[in-house]
Every structure is written in C-alpha cells, then in structure tokens.
Design a protein around this ligand. Structure first.
Ligand code: BF8
Length: 618
C-alpha cells in the first residue's frame, strides 16, 4: 500500500520507506500477505474447541458436529478471547504481588516500598485495620488479601470496596459480581469446553464477570502495587516520537508492560561506570526510551521519553540507532527479533513466560534484578561499537508532552477533593469525559482515529483521558501539553487553563485503565449516583488485542458507554451482536457501539453525554 495510507506520522512514514529500501519486512508487509482473512474466523463462526471438528457454521451447515449453533460458537470464541486478555492483565498484577512479597521477605535487591502512605491507604480501603499497626504488618496482611483475590473464595475481589453500592446491587442481581480472578478465568475455560455452557447470553454474562475481575481485580492490583513499589505518578514533562532516539547516545528501548524489569534497567543506566564505558566507546551517554506500556509506566513515574506505540516498535529499530530492545511481556511482536537482526540491535527478553526464539535471555527475578539489569545495559553499551553510522536515520524533532496524571495527582491539582471537577461538570465547562484507550491495528491508518477522536472531543468541551498506545498518539499530536487548550472548546480551555493542565490527560498504561474506573466510581460516589449515570464514555478506536476486549467489556459492565473502532469477531451471531450493542443496556446500563468515523463517534458520545447530563438535571 502507499505509505501515506498507512500512518498519519512523518516519523513512521520515513521509517517505512527506509524499511522498504533496506528490504526489512514489517507488519504492513505481513498484513498484505495475510489478506483476505478467513471469513469464518472474522465472523467468529469457526470452532476448534474439539477434534470432532474443526467446524464452520454456514446457512447450509448451521450446526457443528456437536450440535453447537452460530450463537454458541461465537459466544464461546469471544469468551476465550476475553479470557486471554483478563489473564494477561491479571498475571501481570500477580507479578507485582510477588515483588511485594520478595520485598517483605528481604529477597528483592533494589526494590522497596516507595509509597508507604499509599500502601496504608489502599489497605484501609479494602478493610484492613491500619491504625496503630506497623507498616510491615499491614503490608503482610495486604499481601495475603491480594493473593487471595486470585483464588476461589467465592466472595468478591477486594477493590469492589470502591464500587458504588447501586452498581454492586446490579451486578449481584444478574450474577456477575467478580469473585476470584483465576476463578473467573478458569470457569470461562470450563464453560467453553464442549458440552458445558451452551447458552450464548449466559456465556457472555460470564465474560462480563471475568472482565470485571480483571478491571477491579488483576489490573487494579497491578496499578496500585506498581504505585506502592515504584511511586505514585505526579505530573512531569517529557518528549515523544522517534526523535527521542539520540544519534550520539547508546539507545536502549524498554518494551512490554511490567515496570519490574524496566525500572531496574533505568536505574542501571544511571550507573557512572556504565556511562563512563559508553563515553569510552564514543557515545555521549546512555538514553533509555520507552515503547508501549512499559514505556508508559516509566514515563508516568520517571519521565523517560516515549519512542512510540505498538506500530512504532519495528520502526524504532529501523532507525539503525538502537543498541538494545529489552522486553518483558505482551504486545511484543515476535518479528522484532528479525528486525533487530537486520541491524546491530540486541534483542533481550527477560521473562521465563515470555521467551522469543533468537533472543538473548535473562531470567529476571527480584533477587538478582540489579545485577542482571547492569549486565543488560552493559550489553547495550558494548553494542554501540557495532553500530553502522551509514544506516542511521532518525526522523524529525521530539514533541513535548506532560504525563503523570494519577488520580492522586489530579485530586492534588484540584486542591484536595474532586469537588472542583464535579462543579466544572455541573456548570458545563467540562461537559463530560471520555477515556480513549487501547492500541494500533495495521488494518486502520495508524493513529488516525486515536488522534481524530481526541481532537474532536476536546473541541466539544469533553475532557479526554488517554492510556496505553493512545498516549503516544496524543503526545505526538501535541495534545498532552497545557498549550493544547488552544484546540479545546471554551469551557475546557477555561478549566484546564486555570489548572495549567492539558485537555488530554495521560493516565498511564493499559492496566492503568483501572485508574479511570476508580475515578468514575469516586465521581459516582460523590454524586450519590451509579457509574452509568455519569456523563462519561470509553473508546478503543484502533484496538487489536484480547486485553483491549477485556477492558472494553469491564468498562461496559461497569456502566460506561464504550466505543470500538471496529467490531470484534462476533458478527456471525445476531444474538451475541445484539447483546453487545443494545441488550446490555438493560442489564448493566451501558452498551458497546461500533463506529469507524471519528466525527460520528464524537457525535455519539456527545448525544450520550447530553442525555446523561439531562437525566442528572444539569
Ligand atoms: O496494554 S494499548 S497495543 S501495548 S494492548 Fe498493547 Fe494495545 Fe498498546 Fe499496552 Ni494495551
């Protein structure tokens, strides 16, 4: 395809052109080869769950060998799809609990509890007695509670303490109160085995329950413990796009999701011995830049520059100036190993559960993390000597961004309570808020919808919160700086201008969508209403992943009207599709809507926000 149709960014276009010149295969080349895709899989009507099949459902063959019809097959496939996403977020969350455990056992060199106050506060929030107790005692009880949130106590996950009572009652009524995180995921695998749950709406409701266990369980634990261990984000300035890669420095990119590895890499890169060695080899220093969500984690807390989002990961290496890519897990295209091998780039994986054939492997663990991080950075430094300067091309100039908007930081900026935000919403200066989250997908012009929607919403005085890969997009578009109020409507301009904040707030990585859930719950509690009564919405314009599906579903199940830029593979079942786009309204007070045009999407949010404002008497 012509490069102009693939992406809105000049830095990306320059690197796609370079890849084509140098014969390096990218995601776009592979998409071409994979197109057209299998229609059955696109509709969700192919089933591989047993060896009586595989089966495909068509009007002539309306049932699989076992007798499952299109509804059952689609619901089972979608259930397992969401299970993959809920599992990914939640297993990440569990890894943070394990680091906290290692810290408490004195087995985690280099890690500590950085935000003690937050630890005590969240323990209190989930009903742990904190007064007059030693931090260690509280931390140990918190650890046990959070571990048990993964099990099958058959009660409910701890952070449901944040959810408005009316919402919890709704969940209880339809049987979707999330119990243990692992419990819900295992039960989904069970239900979707041949001959178990053969009623599509019933399977879909369990998918919602499982997604809620992710949002209010696994993801929320991941966010909160990352703050406890690495610090709660505060607003800070940084830069974004490929030009954050520096021609005169050793460039090491961190990619993946879990800050447990990348925080240590960043600390090691500040080691004077390694910096001296980099200088000896002719570099001006060591530059750590981020990709995807591990980039977001470090950007939020440490202000590292952001090289790019999902579709920039291959392109970053193609600059020819990257000495090492260090990955943990999730959203790491296996192709990065091949792209790295076209240059001098070392590709280093760090998780036993996320290995890449051809990568240099480090079995990263809290006990030896410091030493391992030093070795990894050292590999990157030595690779600088192997760089071929004639193949280096770093396009453009970095763009300024502001990041670090945790709920704690927002409340502080508002003077200690959410009341000023509630007032601004009541007066109509801020008409509502939409979280734009999720990914890139090579089927959609890179970041066109992510940026297009954000710009259209702020024009209409709708505050935008961004996470995951939308953050880089918003940053590159100049939306994450206070000056971006010039692109906003008059009300938002006034409010954000007075506070000195951008009209688009960077709320973190994808697990940090739990911060948005928490904010919605807090606003609803403040107004004594349900989350579904708020003038808010969520959107994943360019989503691709199972995780994004889980996020979308927990948003809807929490009462948040949610947009997807393209449909999941469910259109082969009218029952499942209708449930998603209308039937859920009666059950949870929100639905999905599918729309590929950013202006029409903004119109839909606008109408919804107006209706919600009216219902609230605003
Ligand atoms: O968790 S936004 S492409 S990097 S899935 Fe992946 Fe999507 Fe990016 Fe982060 Ni989230």
């Amino acid at each position: 395809s012509p490069i102009d149709e693939l992406t809105i960014w000049d830095d990306a276009k320059a690197m796609i052109a370079k890849a084509r010149r140098e014969g390096v295969e990218t995601v776009y080349d592979r998409l071409d080869k994979q197109t057209p895709h299998c229609k059955f899989c696109e509709l969700g009507t192919s089933c591989r769950n047993c060896t009586m099949g595989p089966c495909r459902i068509t009007p002539k063959m309306p049932r699989g060998v076992c007798g499952a019809d299109a509804d059952v097959v689609v619901a089972r496939n979608f259930g397992r799809f969401v299970a993959g996403g809920a599992a990914a977020h939640s297993d990440h969350g569990r890894d943070l609990i394990e680091v906290l455990e290692a810290i408490l056992e004195g087995d985690a060199e280099g890690y500590r509890i950085k935000d003690e106050k937050k630890l005590v506060r969240i323990a209190g929030e989930i009903g742990i007695k904190t007064q007059g107790r030693q931090l260690r005692d509280v931390a140990e009880e918190l650890l046990e509670r959070l571990f048990s949130d993964f099990g099958s106590r058959g009660k409910e996950v701890s952070f449901l303490s944040r959810v408005p009572e009316v919402r919890k009652e709704k969940w209880a009524k339809i049987g979707v109160t999330p119990r243990g995180v692992d419990h819900e995921i295992v039960e989904m695998m069970h239900r979707t085995h041949m001959g178990v749950d053969n009623d599509a709406p019933n399977t879909m409701l369990h998918a919602a329950r499982m997604a809620l266990a992710d949002g209010w369980g696994g993801s929320m634990i991941g966010t909160e413990l990352s703050d406890v261990i690495f610090g709660t984000p505060k607003p800070s300035k940084s830069t974004a796009n490929l030009a954050v890669i520096k021609e005169d420095k050793v460039n090491l990119l961190v990619h993946g999701h879990n800050p447990v590895v990348s925080e240590m890499i960043l600390a090691a890169a500040r080691d004077p011995k390694l910096i001296a060695r980099a200088k000896e080899l002719g570099a001006a220093g060591i530059n750590i830049a981020g990709l995807c969500c591990t980039g977001n984690e470090l950007l939020m807390r440490q202000g590292i520059p952001m090289a790019g989002n999902h579709l920039m990961t291959e392109l970053a290496i193609i600059t020819g100036a990257v000495e090492a890519v260090v990955v943990d897990y999730q959203c790491i295209m296996p192709s990065l190993v091949q792209v790295s091998s076209c240059y001098h780039t070392k590709f280093i994986d760090t998780a036993k559960k996320a290995r890449f054939t051809g990568a240099i492997h480090y079995d990263f663990n809290p006990k030896t993390a410091q030493k391992q991080a030093y070795e990894i950075v050292s590999l990157a430094v030595e690779a600088f000597a192997e760089r071929d300067p004639s193949r280096v091309e770093i396009p453009g100039q970095p763009v300024s961004i502001m990041s670090g908007f945790s709920n704690e930081a927002v409340v502080e900026a508002l003077g200690g309570t959410l009341t000023p935000l509630v007032d601004a919403i009541a007066q109509g200066d801020v008409r509502g808020a939409v979280g734009i989250v999720g990914c890139n997908n090579p089927k959609i012009k890179h970041d066109s919808l992510n940026v297009g929607l954000a710009k259209e919403l702020i024009k209409r005085d709708i505050l935008v919160l961004v996470t995951g890969c939308v953050s880089s997009a918003a940053g590159k578009a100049g939306l994450l700086v206070p000056e971006a109020i010039e692109m906003a409507g008059p009300g938002l301009k006034k409010v954000c201008g007075a506070l000195g904040i951008p009209p688009v707030l960077h709320y973190g990585s994808c697990v940090d969508n739990s911060r948005i859930l928490q904010l919605c719950a807090a606003l609803a509690n403040e107004l004594h209403v349900d989350i579904s009564d708020l003038p808010v919405g969520a959107s994943a314009p360019e989503w691709y992943s199972e995780k994004a599906a889980s996020i979308g579903l927990y948003a809807v199940a929490s009462g948040i009207y949610t947009h997807l830029g393209h449909a999941p593979n469910i259109l082969g079942s009218e029952t499942v599709t209708n449930l998603a786009v209308s039937g859920l309204e009666d059950l949870v007070g929100a639905t999905f809507f599918i729309e590929s045009d950013p202006i029409k999407t903004a119109d839909m949010f606008d109408a919804r926000i107006n209706a919600k404002r009216q219902a609230l008497g605003l």
